[in-house]
Design a protein around this ligand. Structure first.
Ligand code: PMV
Length: 347
């Protein structure tokens, strides 16, 4: 009965995962590139306990609901199958960022759970195997395992679909400011969005463009070319939303398309473009929700923050600031005593 604690950051895609090749294995249609967000952390402790009759799951100090419990148990079953054990587990997980922060917590949650549960089960998976495991819990979770700026290789089977680090978190001193507007419940989940994507008449055009977008983002990262990175990421996010807005959602005949945007989203998009015209180098990206993620270089953070505060106050907006973050790590010092503190504790 060894309690192991692991932690992971959420991640933000610069080239988006939108559409699934295999819904059971969470295989994506296209590769994606993301950056880990240091501004949020999920910390998860797993203890396999022979006295438990079923898995026990607590999220942010309260027992998890049935749906969350079932997802965690399904993931623990994958770990048990790998380790050849049947023992049930106690899982305690906490996020230090609010659920309404506009940052998806499922990526950090399944990354931290994968690392903590495999170590608690006596396994020592390498980075690739751990990323594959995390992907099966939640697709984008595979990108929260490696360090810094990360590419998810789409692959066409289970073993070939995993994420790896392109450049480490210290490579480029960027800032990501995630702005959320009040507590908007999402009407259409990202899972429904993935399923609906191929129904858009423009989906094939998006996919035809993806290789070029990936190449450009890789090149911009290596060269630290901020305008190239920013404009490419911004157009890429708009491409996802063009697909969403022209997708047909099953079982919702009253929806002509999926609008993840709120009026506040569009107002901030216009403001960002005006700031750019005035000389402030800031770009945005959007996930499957109304939040806007602003990206700037560290040297422009103060200017951006002073422009942003009065712009989002009337929109009831709040902001979380991140730097590029590390990959998933073990928190329990005894479990990785030989690993330097500033590197991930995964091979
Ligand atoms: O991991 P999921 O199923 O929540 O999908 C994530 C989808 C986007 O956030 C919109 C894009 C991405 O690549 O993270």
């Amino acid at each position: 009965m060894r309690a192991i604690t692991a932690a992971a950051h959420p991640n933000l895609a610069l080239v988006k995962y939108w559409g699934q090749r295999d819904a059971t294995l969470n295989l994506p249609v296209n590769p994606s590139i993301s950056v880990n967000l240091s501004g949020g952390t999920t910390t998860t402790t797993v203890t396999f306990d022979a006295t438990l009759k079923s898995d026990r799951v607590a999220l942010n100090g309260a027992p998890a609901d049935t749906r969350a419990c079932a997802r965690v148990t399904a993931h623990l079953d994958r770990v048990r199958a790998l380790a050849g054990i049947a023992t049930r587990a106690d899982v305690r997980s906490r996020n230090d960022f609010p659920a309404s922060a506009g940052v998806a917590s499922s990526a950090s949650a399944f990354a931290a759970l994968s690392l903590a549960a495999t170590r608690a089960a006596g396994l020592d998976l390498d980075m690739r195997a751990l990323s594959i495991l995390a992907r099966k819990g939640s697709g984008s979770a595979c990108r929260s395992i490696p360090d810094g700026f990360v590419e998810w290789i789409a692959g066409d089977n289970d073993a070939g679909s995993y994420a790896r680090s392109l450049v480490p978190c210290g490579y480029w001193d960027l800032r990501i400011i995630s702005v959320t507007f009040g507590d908007h419940a999402k009407e259409v989940s990202s899972l429904e969005g993935h399923h609906a994507a191929p129904s858009s008449p423009f989906y094939a055009a998006r996919l035809a463009q993806t290789n070029e977008t990936l190449d450009t983002v890789r090149r911009a990262l290596l060269a630290r070319d901020f305008p190239l990175l920013g404009m490419t990421a911004e157009r890429e996010a708009l491409s996802l939303h063009a697909i969403a807005m022209t997708s047909r959602v099953q079982d919702r005949p009253w929806l002509s398309g999926i609008y993840y945007w709120k009026s506040e989203t569009l107002r901030l998009i216009h403001t960002i473009q005006t700031w750019r015209q005035e000389g402030l180098a800031v770009y945005f990206t959007l996930d499957a929700g109304p939040s806007v993620h602003l990206i700037c270089e560290a040297k422009d953070q103060a200017d951006l923050e002073s422009a942003l505060a009065p712009a989002i106050a009337p929109l009831n907006g709040s902001a979380i600031i991140s730097e590029p973050g590390r990959g998933a790590w073990i928190v329990d010092k005894r479990a990785c005593a030989s690993t330097p503190a500033d590197t991930s504790c995964i091979r």
